[in-house]
Design a protein around this ligand. Structure first.
Ligand code: MN
Length: 353
């Protein structure tokens, strides 16, 4: 109930009589319920939960007793009745709902003031508690182990898809319930594309091989990237690997609560700029992660936001040389007062197999 109480305090501060939550990830965060259909209506002094008959037993099992439960497939009709009965006037909703859903809401609540409120729950999710950190740590351990096992598995001649399948299956064997996203396995010239899809290309001597993957464990995710090399490396590959590793390490050395998000990005970017590869680092340094693999905070240029204790963010500098190859090293960092803790532990120095 603590998270719902935090949200209720936000409603009071924003002068909202009610707030409709449809995002299922936000509903899991607030109530612990996971399923494909649920809606909650939060008032400053009450919470009502709606789902259909498939989930009645699951919901009753986990919902806190003060949450009112209504089994229905027509939750907006129920919300309309509730809003009328209680004389509510200013109602917030998540602007990510489908347009037809918004139209029905607007028709039913035509006498109320409807307010699109982005990120009310997402802003609470930014700061992870100790339980959430412990679960993310477990997800990171699974990816670390899958990477170590992949080092034994990977051989010349294998396709990118074979390696992706190995990583995916291994993470599930190690206890993951799923993948945080489709694994990226990019070899040779394909590694110049930051988000390449694994295909039928076979590993060749001298290839760079970028592995970007993560798993879901107890609803929370990991996200890591390692770049390794097949058979031998050129002087340029070795130098760029050291440069990206230094950029990744510079972020780890400087990250702490209170740091501007733009300074976190600059810690890596300034090194890559100085070496003359600035334009080849074509994406931002990272993103927040937790229940979703990409969530607040986002490292947007011009942002004035700062890191806070309890955030988990990625540190993923890369260099991409069109037509040649690319490389990226990504860790997950737990931000604290005065420093950070690296949650992904797999080796990231130059590895040639
Ligand atoms: Mn990432």
């Amino acid at each position: 109930m603590k998270r719902l109480e935090q949200l209720q305090a936000v409603l009071v501060a924003r002068d909202l009589d009610g707030f409709l939550v449809n995002n299922l990830t936000n509903i899991y965060y607030l109530t612990g319920f996971s399923g494909s259909n649920a809606t909650i209506f939060v008032e400053p002094d009450a919470v009502t939960f709606f789902t259909d008959s498939r989930y009645t037993l699951a919901a009753k099992d986990i919902l806190h007793p003060v949450i009112r439960f209504i089994e229905t497939r027509l939750e907006l009709a129920e919300v309309e009745n509730l809003v009328r009965d209680r004389g509510l006037k200013r109602i917030g909703f998540e602007p990510t709902v489908p347009y037809h859903y918004y139209q029905e809401l607007a028709n039913r609540l035509s006498a109320q003031e409807l307010v699109a409120e982005a990120n009310l729950v997402e802003d609470l999710r930014i700061i992870k508690d100790e339980f959430e950190i412990a679960v993310i740590q477990e997800a990171c351990k699974i990816s670390d182990q899958a990477f170590m096992d992949a080092l034994e598995f990977i051989k010349l001649g294998q396709t990118e898809l074979e390696i992706a399948n190995f990583l995916d299956f291994r993470m599930r064997e190690l206890g993951a319930s799923g993948l945080s996203f489709d694994s990226i396995v990019a070899s040779g010239p394909n590694s110049a594309m930051p988000h390449a899809h694994p295909g039928q290309r076979q590993l060749q001597s001298g290839d760079s091989l970028t592995l970007d993957f993560g798993c879901v464990f107890n609803h929370y995710v990991s996200d890591m990237t390692r770049t390794i090399y097949l058979d031998h490396v050129s002087d340029e590959q070795a130098a760029l690997h050291q440069l990206v590793l230094d950029a990744n390490q510079a972020v780890i050395d400087q990250a702490q609560a209170g740091m501007l998000l733009t300074d976190f990005d600059q810690a890596a970017r300034s090194l890559i700029d100085q070496a003359g590869y600035g334009p080849a680092f074509s994406h931002s340094i990272g993103h927040g992660m937790g229940l979703e693999v990409h969530e607040e905070p986002f490292f947007r240029a011009g942002s004035e936001a700062r890191l806070q204790s309890g955030m988990v963010v990625t540190d993923e500098p890369g260099i991409y040389l069109d037509g040649k190859y690319g490389l990226r090293i990504e860790d997950d960092l737990w931000i604290k007062e005065g420093g950070c803790q690296v949650l992904t532990k797999a080796p990231k120095e130059l590895i040639i197999i």
